[in-house]
Design a protein around this ligand. Structure first.
Ligand SMILES: Nc1ncnc2c1ncn2[C@@H]1O[C@H](COP(=O)(O)OP(=O)(O)OP(=O)(O)O)[C@@H](O)[C@H]1O
Ligand SMILES: [Mg+2]
Length: 311
């Protein structure tokens, strides 16, 4: 079988020119974005999407201009959580305008375009081989979205990543060194083990890993106004072992889950453990973004294709 490097030329497809054109559109489209932050984990179901949306809300409440790109194309949840399911995509001044939440956060989510009863299907040239196309097609789609929507002037563009440690690294490679990572774990050894793999994989590349958030760190009992252990008794709780800074903890609050299900994100953080936890993480995130910023700020041109740093 011929390898990639054995193929001479592009068979007239202009593939290299097409890729270069797309990169230029992406770079131009993100030129007004100050920080790119990817919220990942490796582990599924730990609250990446919930924290992305509510940290965006906490940052928005500080007056920052925020957008979210739900990069989980096959399992998009931001549309429902942010209340932009079925939002119409309308032309903006140059490109496609983004739907916004009631508190002004711009959100792109496949869930706005595809009903929950349908799956996103990546067709394959070879029948039964669609899985081999998925990563390629996903990143081509991500590139299209970055290049086609009006991101405008933003303080933060947050990427809500899908689960999978290896996919976390693929996103780092695609998004380039400008993108900083915030990792989410829960107080379970299983989750921490997966997050530790993501940390190890990311540490081989140039992306900044800002730290981690421990979500579901206890259960907030509203009746007794106290935090109860969720995964382990207090004497079993061990340090995370993750060699990156902890930016804060957020307890499990059934009220937060209900808001996510109904598509009514908490616009104002309540004076409860979950509200205070989110507010603390939002401030730590901003502090880390500033304190770890490269001396000569990365230019937006550094969103570059391909893998320059093999992991
Ligand atoms: N701190 C919390 N309090 C209450 N519910 C929470 C909390 N964090 C997450 N949840 C709930 O847990 C479920 C999973 O959260 P979420 O979808 O954000 O996880 P995820 O890591 O994005 O999952 P996936 O890997 O599938 O993308 C959701 O129903 C969400 O509402
Ligand atoms: Mg998610």
């Amino acid at each position: 079988m011929k390898g990639y490097h054995d193929i001479v030329g592009d068979g007239g497809s202009r593939i290299l020119e097409q890729v270069a054109e797309q990169r230029t559109r992406i770079i131009d489209g993100l030129a007004g974005v100050r920080h790119l932050v990817a919220v990942g984990s490796g582990k599924g179901g730990v609250g990446k999407s919930t924290l992305t949306l509510h940290l965006a809300g906490a940052l928005r409440a500080r007056g920052l201009r925020i957008a979210i790109l739900d990069a989980d194309f096959n399992g998009p949840t931001q549309a429902r959580m942010a209340g932009v399911q079925g939002a119409l995509l309308v032309p903006g001044s140059h490109k496609v305008a983004l739907p916004r939440t009631r508190n002004g956060i711009a959100v792109f989510s496949m869930g706005s375009l595809i009903p929950e009863s349908e799956a996103l299907d990546f067709e394959s040239a070879a029948h039964g081989e669609s899985h081999t196309w998925r990563a390629t097609r996903e990143f081509a789609l991500l590139g299209e979205i970055l290049g086609s929507f009006e991101w405008g002037e933003l303080d933060l563009l947050m990427f809500d990543l899908p689960p999978g440690a290896e996919r976390t690294v693929q996103y780092a490679d695609f998004l380039g060194p400008r993108t900083a990572f915030l990792l989410v774990t829960i107080p379970s050894e299983v989750a921490r083990g997966v997050v530790a793999r993501s940390v190890a994989a990311l540490s081989k590349g140039p992306n900044r890993v800002l730290g981690y958030v421990e979500n579901m760190s206890g259960y907030y009992c509203r009746d007794c106004n106290a935090i109860k252990p969720l995964f382990a008794s207090p004497e079993q709780v061990r340090p995370s072992g993750l060699e990156i800074p902890c930016l804060g903890t957020v307890p499990f609050d059934p009220e937060l889950a209900r808001h996510c299900d109904r598509g009514i994100p908490l616009a104002e953080l309540p004076d409860t453990p979950v509200g205070r936890g989110l507010d603390h993480v939002a401030q730590s995130l901003l502090d880390r973004l500033e304190s770890t910023a490269p001396a000569a700020a990365h230019s937006s041109r550094e969103l570059r294709p391909g893998r320059e740093h093999p992991r």
